[in-house]
Design a binder for this molecule. Structure first.
Ligand code: SF4
Length: 219
């Protein structure tokens, strides 16, 4: 009788290979917490190029929480043009500025509960801030991490929240810092949202979906 393949056993091989492919092993470079937080809110339902453009425009005018707290919502809405739902994000972002100024001395808090209490901040955004701004291990589960880890066969989950819980149990600690960046790069380059390009994927031999797709034989 054929035994079921346990694809989770290949987590280190997959992530080390992706790291070698996309940026080599290493720790995450920390960025300014204010910019990580606001840019991640701006990025919701928005393409990366647009997120970068819009974020840079906003940071040039409102470089910190204190200036953001006094920003007119109409001005923020104009600056957010190019990201999705600027009319929703503008008041939320201004409110984040006010809360940071009034409750945290203008700084971004570094606990999940305090971050989740900010408007427009869900688990993905909060975890991204913890990892990328503070170097605190956290699982930043975006659409790429959710899609690719399911395709790899590590588990079958329906939502990013379920993925976060499943990954928490199986992902070795050092990879908590890198999995998001690796999967984002891989999801944009090869494991595309529509049809994955398995024939040129460096981790195909450890992927359930890749092994079951037609194409040149895997290594
Ligand atoms: S083999 Fe295909 S499905 Fe698997 S990770 Fe690579 S591109 Fe994605």
């Amino acid at each position: 009788m054929e035994t079921q393949q346990d694809w989770k056993q290949y987590i280190p091989e997959v992530l080390d290979t992706l790291a070698a492919t996309y940026f080599g092993k290493g720790s995450v470079e920390l960025s300014d917490p204010y910019q990580v937080l606001i840019a991640t809110v701006i990025s919701q339902r928005t393409r990366e190029e647009q997120t970068t453009k819009v974020s840079n425009r906003l940071f040039a005018k409102y470089p910190d929480a204190t200036t953001l707290a006094d920003a007119p919502v109409e001005d923020l809405e104009k600056l957010l043009y190019g990201s999705s739902y600027p009319e929703v994000k503008a008041p939320r972002i201004r409110e984040i500025g006010r809360l940071l100024r009034d409750n945290f001395g203008g700084k971004v808090p570094n606990t999940i509960d305090e971050l989740l209490a900010l408007p427009g901040v869900g688990r993905k955004t909060a975890n991204c801030v913890l990892v990328y701004a503070f170097g605190i291990p956290a699982l930043c589960i975006d659409v790429h991490v959710h899609r690719i880890t399911n395709r790899l066969g590590w588990y079958q989950t329906k939502t990013p929240e379920q993925t976060e819980k499943a990954l928490e149990k199986i992902l070795p600690a050092p990879y908590w810092f890198t999995i998001n960046r690796l999967m984002v790069q891989h999801g944009r380059a090869i494991c595309l949202p529509g049809v994955p390009q398995c024939q040129r994927c460096p981790v195909r031999q450890w992927c359930e979906t890749g092994q079951n797709r037609p194409g040149p034989p895997a290594k």
